[in-house]
Design a protein around this ligand. Structure first.
Ligand code: 2HA
Ligand code: ZN
Length: 276
């Protein structure tokens, strides 16, 4: 199969290598999709094949006829660089957004990720919410954010408060807070629907006792967002392991100061809800 050479491939591989080094992708953990801009499709279309149309299992008319670079079901992030065409591929959606066909990759009968429902619904929701800016949906299994799902209430306000008040950078990187949904079966339609709904408000959403996923305009932003959340979660886990009563932490007033100093636009109602 023809290899593809494109700048986005290197950005994708660099995310995969970095995230593996962080320990976020044991075995086949995680998945990633990239909504390709037209000029990048043209740049690699010489390598395309014409797979048969297959039902998607849901309708995503908002992203009809779009092309996605997406990881394969069962693929290991650590193997992406060595054998990309086996571990990822390009799919195209039909004009109704109800069927897809493989245009590149997924060698030896591989298929798109088991979280395809989630990727498609989230890509659609975020493309509309971001007026076409968002291109990445990325899911990983970082340990510390997962650990926090055992001790914090499973609410957006509890997780947002914990992280915003742990590291100053958090309110700047995710000023809309972080979403949390209930535990649901991995790969299920139910999980996909709840994830897309939460993503209309937040750029990152926690899946309790599983992992986290996020949206981003670029690979670097999506990776940076998860890195920031996981770093703050690690500090929170360390602090909670040392004491139940920390002497100091970032306060509501401090968050108001950061909000003003960096014009973050965090609405007063959100600050009130997070610190209620
Ligand atoms: O791709 O992480 O959530 C494997 C998973 C499923
Ligand atoms: Zn997962």
């Amino acid at each position: 199969m023809a290899k593809i050479e494109a700048a986005f491939v290197e950005e994708f591989l660099s995310l995969a290598d970095g995230a593996v080094a962080q320990g976020w992708h044991e075995a086949n953990a995680g998945n990633l999709s990239y909504r390709m801009p037209p000029e990048q499709i043209d740049g690699i279309s010489g390598s395309f094949r014409q797979g048969a149309w297959e039902p998607l299992g849901l309708a995503v008319p908002g992203i009809a006829e779009q092309f996605f670079f997406i990881t394969a079901a069962g693929s290991y992030f650590r193997d992406m660089r060595a054998d990309l065409e086996h571990n990822a591929g390009v799919i195209e959606l039909d004009d109704a957004g109800t069927h897809y066909r493989v245009r590149w990759g997924f060698s030896e009968g591989r298929r798109p990720t088991s979280e395809l429902f989630m990727h498609m619904l989230c890509q659609e929701a975020k493309m509309i919410a971001s007026r076409d800016a968002n291109r990445i949906i990325y899911h990983a299994h970082p340990a510390n954010v997962n650990a926090l799902t055992f001790v914090l209430p499973l609410t957006s306000t509890a997780f947002t408060r914990e992280l915003w008040t742990t590291i100053s950078e958090c309110a700047m990187v995710f000023p809309r807070g972080i979403g949390v949904i209930d535990w649901m079966v991995p790969g299920s339609r139910e999980l996909a629907v709840a994830s897309a709904e939460a993503l209309e408000i937040h750029d990152a959403v926690v899946w309790p006792h599983h992992g986290i996923f996020c949206a981003g305009d670029t690979f670097a932003r999506a990776y940076g967002l998860l890195s920031t959340i996981e770093k703050a979660s690690e500090v929170a886990v360390k602090v909670r392991s040392m004491t139940t009563a920390p002497l100091n932490r970032i306060s509501k007033e401090d968050i108001c100061k950061i909000n003003e100093a960096y014009a973050l636009g965090i609405p007063p109602e959100l600050i009130a809800a997070v610190f209620q």
